[in-house]
Design a protein around this ligand. Structure first.
Ligand code: UDX
Length: 422
């Protein structure tokens, strides 16, 4: 059930309303086989179905609370229409206590309506591949039969199952996302320190990540976390703690560092230009909050582009997938059809999203197009030596000018993707 008629029509034709690699063919497959049907009518899905999966949006309200209106609307429909024995699965990320409360509201034992909390951990841009390779399948609820049914139905790849109560399942999701967000803020702070002491974050992160207790994942320093999950979930968990009467200091710090990371980047651009931004032309490569998606929610590009324009610069941006979405949010930015057109006449190239196509840029060609050869790499994804060979002045996040000559690929291979310097 999709409330928006336009999105519903798209899905009905087997077209995903979002950019997610591999999703369109899967939708088409389901529609052709008759296993996937789409409707805009809530009532029609509430009756007639034994398992209902709730995947509605749960955005943050301005005060940090989670907006549960979409979930409450479904709960109201369920209270009225759902048949005895129905299992309600909450996939949406919801504050601790929501699942239990919903089961009580729906009548629980008396009506034999069960709520099973089953958070998802898929990443945008690699969601399809993640399904089969998830680290775990978390499922929380008080009724054994309902929980087993959900495992049978929604864990077809038999990834390891973590069984808990509803509230524990909800907290596993928040805890995991908040921890990863803290990890990213932590490595960003180490990178900021690297900038001050002329150390290279690639080496530091690789060495830290090889400690199995730390792990190499989510140790890439850059512009901080964005997207629909980390920022919202950190805020929501901090709010949940506050409403229980205590301050979750580490989450506050993670959020603060994340905001500062965008500001620092603008500062880096100012320093790299060595002058005011007034009248400067800046090529911005990447707009989406991460590669592989057109999602602009909490994308660092939004704050960065706005600030650069405020400071008098002209921003010419490119993104392989997010330009339609970005045009609505950044009216003051000019958009280019490809990265080279964006770089034409630029005083500085700012890399904001590490799309694979940007890793293949022909910097020799770019060198002949820009006005000044300056690159500020917000994702530490470009090859510093290649750029220097084309006369570019390179600035990363915690990457001092290259002086040491060893081959970093070797450590990167040992450490996994976190330290990949290419
Ligand atoms: C995240 C969680 O990973 C996933 O489990 C949950 O279901 C939804 O939220 P997603 O938002 O798609 O997934 O992206 P993820 O790849 O985790 O990255 C989140 C943000 O952190 C992005 O802005 C990314 O650029 C940033 N990030 C990630 C870093 O800055 N450094 C890293 O090392 C990893």
């Amino acid at each position: 059930m999709e409330t928006d008629p336009q999105r519903s029509a798209l899905i009905g034709r087997g077209e995903a309303p979002i950019h997610e690699p591999g999703l369109d063919p899967l939708l088409r497959q389901g529609i052709d086989a008759g296993t996937l049907k789409v409707t805009t009518q809530l009532e029609s899905v509430l009756t007639d179905h034994k398992v209902l999966v709730l995947a509605v949006g749960t955005p943050s309200l301005p005060d940090g609370r989670t907006d549960l209106r979409a979930l409450d609307a479904v709960a109201a429909g369920l209270a009225e229409h759902a048949e005895a024995g129905t299992v309600v699965v909450i996939k949406s990320t919801v504050p601790p206590g929501t699942g239990r409360r919903m089961e009580r509201q729906l009548g629980g034992d008396a009506r034999n309506l069960r709520v099973v909390s089953c958070p998802e951990f898929l990443r945008e841009g690699s969601a399809i591949a993640d399904i089969a390779h998830s680290d775990r399948f978390v499922v929380g609820g008080s009724d054994e039969a309902a929980v087993s049914r959900v495992v049978r139905l929604l864990n077809p790849f038999n990834v390891p199952v973590v069984r808990s109560g509803n509230t524990e399942a909800e907290l596993i999701k928040y805890g995991a996302n908040a921890f990863l967000a803290m990890k990213i803020s932590f490595i960003n702070e180490i990178a900021n320190l690297c900038d001050h002491v002329d150390a290279n974050i690639d080496d530091v992160a690789a060495g830290m990540g090889m400690d199995a207790r730390i792990g190499a994942a989510s140790l890439r320093a850059g512009l901080g976390f964005g997207g629909s999950c980390f920022p919202k979930d950190v805020v929501a968990l901090e709010h949940a703690a506050r409403s229980e009467g205590f301050t979750f200091w580490m989450l506050r710090a993670a959020m603060e560092v994340n905001e500062q990371q965008r500001i620092r980047f603008v500062q880096k651009i100012r320093v790299a230009l060595g002058s005011s931004l007034e009248g400067r032309r800046i090529a911005m490569l990447g707009l989406a909050f991460k590669p592989g998606t057109d999602d602009m929610r909490q994308a660092p590009s939004l704050v960065i582009a706005e600030r650069l324009v405020e400071l008098g610069a002209t921003v010419v941006a490119h993104d392989p997938a997010a330009m339609s979405a970005a045009k609505l949010l950044l009216p003051q930015v000019t958009f280019a059809a490809d990265p080279y057109s964006a770089m034409e006449g630029a005083d500085l190239v700012a890399l904001v999203t590490e799309w694979p196509e940007y890793l293949d840029i022909d910097w020799q060609r770019a060198a002949s197009m820009v006005r000044r050869r300056v690159v500020v790499d917000g994702r530490n994804c470009l090859n510093q030596a290649n750029l220097a060979a084309q006369g570019f002045n390179y600035h990363g996040i915690g990457r001092p000018p290259e002086t040491e000559q060893w081959d970093r690929r070797e450590t990167a291979q040992l450490a996994g993707s976190a330290a990949d310097p290419t």
